[in-house]
Design a protein around this ligand. Structure first.
Ligand code: PM9
Length: 463
């Protein structure tokens, strides 16, 4: 009898090129953090050791993607790389029409401008920063219709991204379907901790929307990770491929906005994909105003080729198992030390519960912003605030929004770091947790007008 009772997974790739990482001293980091106004977005990346700020545009591309970059057709119009991307989007996501954009928010901008009119309401399964802002700039009001469990970091619901059908139905009854341009559903809900929607829930949302003549637009940015979590968690899907599950998920919607910088393993790129010819015509006309010709949408031909090839790699079960496997590894190691994290572990990141670190800090002292700064000071590891700063101010009252979730995101770039980097991360987070009582919080010294988390500045609270 073998002593091995289970077999591990390993990354389905080997490393051909490396980028050196520099370690810094605590005093170097203290200066860098102060210069950055205690905002990890404002650090110079040269001052960062392990960069877990985001999984957006930070993936390592494959040799096949780099080879594709050399085959960029940089014609102003009709680039062959556009047609390759269009073919692959049709095959794997199943939508009929493609409009490339420079990144996800370019697609959100076009969709919001085309469908939302002042006074309308856009229901969605938790807000995302750029998505909500574009909806608001078009005159809409975002309405959160995610299930309550999503706002509870300790709830173990396997599909915390699900839409609460009761909340959605209430809104439809209250304002009428004519005031709802579409239902906005994100696959793996970023702000809830990378939590998936179930296929069953999507089917129910589809049938509710059909009864009221409503459209559904998917934020497909991390839909491939969602498909993997359906395969792992939802009954009846274990034997199906991720590609097959993705296709079914998308078939329940009318189109999608996409940031290719996540699932699709590229450093830049996105798209709007549609089934409705009228919306497509409008988007094709508008994209030339804001992004570029409808066959490049702000991207070079080589970028579209890298995305077309990245898509084929991204839907391979081996790839996605290792990608989400890394996230689970980090989360499970932190749980060994009783670190408070959002559970179940999501698809792209571990979310630390800053309230669990600093119960003595009021939300006005920016606990998550403080925690991200403390982790950087300890080890040079960069993370991202996802709490009161990210939530911004209420459009009407001008007051802070106070989200229930006050989180710090340790985001795992795809195919970039090894298990040893994750072990170093665990040691730093545990150290910061063990020194949590000393921390006093931050106050805000500068606040920009839009998406304040990117550029706000802070200073330590004294005394
Ligand atoms: N997400 C992230 O780090 C980029 C910076 S934060 C604004 O998670 C979703 C679910 C996203 C997303 C970006 C976008 C926008 C849309 N939906 O950054 O414009 O997570 O490509 O995509 C970031 P772009």
């Amino acid at each position: 009898m073998s002593r091995i009772t289970r077999r591990s997974w390993a990354e389905p790739y080997k490393i051909k090129m490396v980028e050196p990482l520099l370690r810094t001293t605590r005093s170097h980091r203290a200066k860098a953090m102060a210069d950055a106004g205690y905002n990890t977005f404002l650090l110079h990346s040269d001052d960062v050791y392990i960069d877990l700020l985001t999984d957006s545009g930070t993936s390592a591309m494959s040799d096949n993607q780099w080879a594709g970059m050399m085959l960029g057709d940089e014609a102003y119009s009709g680039s062959r790389n556009f047609y390759h991307l269009e073919e692959n989007v049709r095959q794997y996501y199943g939508y009929k029409y493609l409009i490339p954009t420079h990144q996800g928010r370019g697609a959100e901008h076009l969709l919001s401008r085309i469908l939302i009119r002042p006074g309308m309401f856009v229901p969605g399964n938790m807000y995302f920063t750029t998505t909500r802002l574009h909806q608001e700039l078009a005159g809409g009001t975002f309405v959160d219709v995610i299930i309550d469990e999503a706002h509870d970091p300790a709830s173990l619901h396997p599909f915390k991204g699900n839409v609460d059908l009761g909340k959605l139905e209430d809104l439809i009854r209250r304002v009428g379907p004519d005031k709802i341009p579409y239902v906005s559903v994100a696959a793996t809900v970023n702000m809830a901790g990378g939590q998936p929607v179930s296929m069953e829930n999507m089917r129910e949302v589809r049938s509710l929307c059909d009864r009221h003549g409503l459209k559904i637009y998917l934020d497909a940015t991390r839909a491939i990770e969602n498909a993997w979590l359906i395969k792992c968690r939802e009954e009846g899907f274990a034997h199906r491929s991720v590609a097959d599950i993705l296709r079914e998920l998308c078939s329940l919607t009318d189109g999608c906005t996409m940031s290719g910088k996540k699932d699709l393993l590229v450093n830049i790129g996105g798209f709007l994909a549609l089934n409705d010819p009228a919306v497509f015509e409008e988007a094709r006309s508008l994209v030339v105003v804001y992004e570029g010709m409808h066959t490049y949408g702000g991207l070079a031909g080589r970028d579209m080729e890298a995305m077309a090839r990245g898509l084929v790699e991204a839907v391979q079960d081996d790839h996605i198992a290792a990608r989400v496997g890394q996230v689970e590894y980090l989360g499970n190691r932190l749980l060994e030390y009783d670190i408070p994290i959002v559970r179940p572990i999501g698809g792209h990141a571990i979310f630390l519960d800053a309230r669990g670190f600093y119960p003595h800090l009021e939300q006005d002292l920016f606990p998550a912003q403080t925690l991200a700064a403390e982790i950087y000071l300890d080890s040079g590891i960069r993370s991202m605030e996802r709490g009161i700063v990210s939530a911004g101010r209420d459009e009407k009252t001008g007051q802070h929004r106070y989200p229930r979730l006050e989180l710090v995101r340790l985001t795992i770039p795809r195919r970039v770091y090894t298990q040893a980097h994750l072990d170093v991360t665990v040691e730093s987070v545990v150290t910061v947790f063990d020194e949590r009582h000393k921390v006093k919080g931050l106050h805000m010294t500068f606040e920009p007008k839009y998406l304040r988390f990117f550029q706000s500045r802070f200073a330590p609270v004294s005394g």
